[in-house]
Design a protein around this ligand. Structure first.
Ligand code: ACO
Ligand code: ZN
Length: 281
């Protein structure tokens, strides 16, 4: 019941300031009560502490010596860096990130228990510091083979390929773990669109290059995409036939090309040689 109440509450904070952006929010987020009478909140773009007044933020920025967020840089390619933040070691940061993310995520519960999660925060870096573009969270141990709990690209950065980069990154981590993964359900409309696009591109690229027949299991081993997600993707593209109790993939090159064109741009590539990471133990 409490969860239901939380979801049906009206949106409180309508704008936030973050770095050089002023961003309109999308949904309710359960900030501590003392913030609920504010229409606008001011975030420090590095530590994600939030304040009710601009002067408080200005004072904070003179003191806040974080030029980037806490955590370990595990990927750097050009101006793009990925940081891994352990929710247990950086509780306040993790909570701040969740408050911020909930403003753009509808049917997700806010995790108060950030201890159990790792946060992968993507930044564009310049001489003023590292500016958060988006992030995804991941349970340290998932029974359901979830490799991603929540994903967000901040609105000013959306539709530029960062979402697909974050998704690709989550699968690269799964490959390093030697596991298959799937995003936590339910997915939002935008989440499903992004995942469908990613799955389509990755699977069809393989099918195009591959000579001879290939099974869903083999595709799953190569991509770390869970078999169910492969099946639903290929089914939605009508590339699956059911023969003698078996799923068979039909990969007519012309059909594949047509689907690939429709799947849109590939997004920013993850350069795996630049990922320095060992799985959480
Ligand atoms: N309208 C139509 N299609 C869209 C839109 C849109 N507004 N946004 C994304 N898409 C589709 C497109 O197919 C796009 O590919 P294209 O640009 O090549 O056509 C594809 O999704 C992904 O685009 P990206 O630029 O890679 O993704 P983006 O950086 O915009 O991030 C994300 C996608 C993370 C889903 C973003 O929309 C977001 O943060 N939304 C709010 C939070 C959310 O819904 N998160 C997912 C919840 S489910 C979960 O967390 C497990
Ligand atoms: Zn700060």
């Amino acid at each position: 019941l409490r969860e239901h109440e939380e979801f049906t509450k009206v949106k409180n904070i309508s704008t936030i300031e973050l770095g050089r952006y002023e961003i309109e929010t999308w949904y309710f987020s359960p900030f501590p009560p003392e913030y609920n009478d504010s229409l606008k909140l001011y975030f420090c773009e590095f530590c994600l502490n939030f304040m009710k007044r601009k002067e408080q933020l200005q004072r904070h920025m003179r003191k806040c010596d974080l030029k980037h967020l806490p955590g370990d840089e595990i990927y750097r390619s050009g101006t793009l860096s990925m940081f891994e933040v352990d929710g247990k070691k950086n509780k306040v940061y993790g909570q701040n990130l969740c408050y911020l993310a909930k403003l753009f995520l509808d049917h997700k519960t806010l995790y108060y228990d950030v201890d159990l999660f790792l946060f992968y925060v993507l930044c564009e870096c310049d001489d003023r510091g590292c500016h958060m573009v988006g992030y995804f969270s991941k349970e340290k141990h998932s029974e359901e083979s979830y490799n991603l709990a929540c994903i967000l690209t901040l609105p000013p950065y959306q539709r530029k390929g960062y979402g697909k980069f974050l998704i690709a990154f989550s699968y690269e981590l799964s490959k390093k773990e030697g596991k298959v993964g799937t995003p936590e359900k339910p997915l939002s409309d935008l989440g499903l669109l992004s995942y469908r696009g990613y799955w389509t591109r990755v699977l069809l690229d393989i099918l195009k290059k591959h000579k001879g027949s290939i099974s869903i299991k083999e595709l799953s081993d190569m991509t770390a995409i869970k078999a169910e997600d492969i099946l639903t993707t290929l089914q939605s593209l009508e590339l699956i036939q059911y023969r003698k109790g078996q799923h068979v993939i039909c990969a007519d090159p012309k059909v594949l090309d047509r689907h690939l064109k429709a799947a849109g741009r590939g997004g920013l590539e993850v350069d795996v040689s630049k990922l320095i990471w060992t799985p959480y133990k």
